[in-house]
Design a protein. Structure first.
Length: 109
């Protein structure tokens, strides 16, 4: 089994990268914007989750909101790959709120 088969399809040229923040928030708004510019300069589109700018102490918003954003990225037919802003223990807080059926039905790279 190739990695492309095991992990989904490769990101197509000009594809769309969906960016949720399921754990830690951004430190500097400019860091996110530089990342968007970097991907767009390489011909990709970037779709930031609705709650990408949220901050709730050491996490990026409520567990429900972070899960909603992650679910939305998987359900969005325009999104080819989901690239989380940051990882961390806060990601586990989203688990009870994830729609695993929707995620399974909409695999991403």
């Amino acid at each position: 089994m190739t990695s492309a088969t095991r992990f989904g399809r490769p990101l197509p040229e000009g594809g769309t990268i969906g960016v949720p923040a399921p754990a830690s928030p951004y430190e500097n708004r400019s860091d996110i914007l530089r990342g968007v510019e970097w991907w767009e300069a390489r011909g990709y589109s970037v779709k930031l989750a609705d709650g990408i700018w949220e901050q709730d102490d050491i996490v990026a918003g409520t567990p429900e909101g972070r899960a909603r954003d992650l679910n939305a990225m998987f359900a969005d037919p325009e999104v080819d790959v989901v690239q989380c802003l940051m990882g961390g223990y806060g990601s586990a807080q989203t688990i009870p709120h994830l729609d695993f059926d929707a995620i399974e039905a909409n695999p991403k790279t």
